[in-house]
Design a protein around this ligand. Structure first.
Ligand code: HPA
Length: 233
């Protein structure tokens, strides 16, 4: 057991999908996996292990923001030896050619979180996803005919009020805003694990366009299939 996860060693698969919302973890387990067992209920941050196309995989919520995901992924890797971590979440687009319902695969994640500055001191670290996971998820998304973009996202430390200079971010190629990937990519490197983030565009920061809950569910399902097929080739 770790401080925030009350699973036994061996209860969690080498590969895990990480939605922010623990009820999304439950939804994935119930709709995509077989032989499911629940391995965590601490703080209602539900975690499940099951089988997808016969292969063992886990899914667990991370909560929102850098501190929350950092705690969970650290414990998943340090205590349970998890080796492949794929965030499946939403983001707000900031480029004109990125549309709501598009899928974004994060190649890297810029951030205004102070966590990495504290860690690295006097240089700027570039949190980067795993190339093999990125490539296989890109190929899966294309195979499924999804509108997919690959690039830099921005892991913001706040959702309200302080979006930073969105125009500047867009000019320098950032595709969308979200709140967890930079921490996931950085901490995964520390544990020599592979990490990726696949994100559906839930809203457009420039135009204010947003998806309905039905649309979010459909795109979410498509993204989960991409993540599962990429994670367990
Ligand atoms: N900011 C941060 N995270 C998000 C957003 C946003 O605008 N939209 C969806 N996740």
């Amino acid at each position: 057991m770790s401080i925030h996860i009350n699973a036994q060693k061996g209860d969690i698969a080498d590969t895990i999908l990480l939605p922010g919302d623990p009820l999304r973890a439950k939804y994935i387990a119930e709709n995509f996996l077989e032989d499911v067992t629940c391995f965590n209920e601490v703080r209602n941050m539900l975690g499940f292990t099951g089988r997808y196309k016969g292969k063992r995989i886990s899914v667990m919520g991370t909560g929102m923001g850098v501190p929350s995901i950092s705690i969970y992924v650290h414990e998943l890797m340090e205590e349970y030896g998890v080796k492949n971590l794929i965030r499946v979440g939403t983001c707000g687009a900031i480029q004109k050619d990125v549309k709501v319902r598009d899928v974004i695969i994060a190649q890297s994640a810029s951030t205004d979180s102070f966590q990495n500055r504290k860690l690295f001191g006097n240089f700027e670290y570039a949190p980067t996803s795993d190339f093999e996971l990125l490539l296989s998820s890109y190929n899966e998304a294309k195979k499924k005919g999804l509108e997919v973009k690959v690039g830099n996202v921005f892991t913001a430390d706040s959702f309200y009020d302080e979006k930073g200079d969105v125009e500047m971010m867009a000019k320098y190629g950032i595709l969308a805003l979200e709140m967890e990937s930079a921490a996931l990519f950085t901490i995964s490197k520390k544990f020599d694990a592979r990490a990726l983030a696949i994100l559906t565009v839930s809203d457009h920061v420039l135009t204010g366009e947003a998806t309905s809950s039905e649309e979010r569910q459909t795109t979410f399902n498509e993204m989960i299939e991409v993540a599962l097929d990429a994670a367990l080739p």
